[in-house]
Design a protein around this ligand. Sequence first.
Ligand code: NDP
Length: 225
Amino acid sequence: MPTAVVTGANRGLGNEWVTQLLEDGWRVYAGYRSEPGKLTHITDKSLIIHQLDVQSNESVTSFSQIIEEDVDLLINNAGVGDGRWSNLQEIDDKLSLEVLDVNALGPVRMVQALYDKMSHDSLTKVAMVSSLMGSVEDCQSGRSYAYRASKSALNMFTTAMKNEALGRNITFVILHPGWVKTDMGGSNAPVLMSESVKGMMEILQSQTLDNSGRFIQFDGKILPW
Ligand code: NDP
């Protein structure tokens, strides 16, 4: 049975990842920041849940230490928004640093902590859940400053890390889930969580060492940097 790790799994897209991975026969280690939330409704024996705050090195280390198996898939899903319509005079440095810490450095901490467990003979896949809002080329409207910057930084961390990780048999994909109906996406979002994660799971199936580092959305469209 292959082993997956999902961050931010108590609600939203993270919880949907857990559901679809279990249906597909994965053993899933799922992290929740404070409350297990929707994870408590899942009774599957292949699910192991544990506290995980990706802002805390201590929490990331203790989460990684409960994992007994090699890790074959890491879904770096946890993320926060930034009060998106505030203008440039309202950019708040404390909030901005927190958004950068969670969205850009959180996934890096996870890769570092699991690097040895992900380095084995068979291919390991790492999904960085980014956003089209991290695309410099696509940014026509402004606003959402810290969120956009955090996802651009995540994209660059990933692009740089992928080269070093090739020798470890680890491939990265940078995913845009679409605009999805979740607490973050809001009720007007056109894409359902089930549709988004189904699409991203299909992309993962086509992931190889050769195409490591793609920036791609849930329906397979390659995105501009
Ligand atoms: P939600 O706000 O619904 O869920 C976010 C999840 O991340 C929650 O489980 C939350 O936990 C967790 N989280 C936040 N901070 C931390 C932390 N420090 N450590 C661990 N977990 C944390 O968001 P979505 O499900 O919509 O988004 C999931 C990912 O998809 C995010 O990375 C987001 O940026 C990205 N995305 C979403 C889009 C959308 O339209 N929904 C569009 C583009 C990208 P808690 O419950 O404790 O707050």
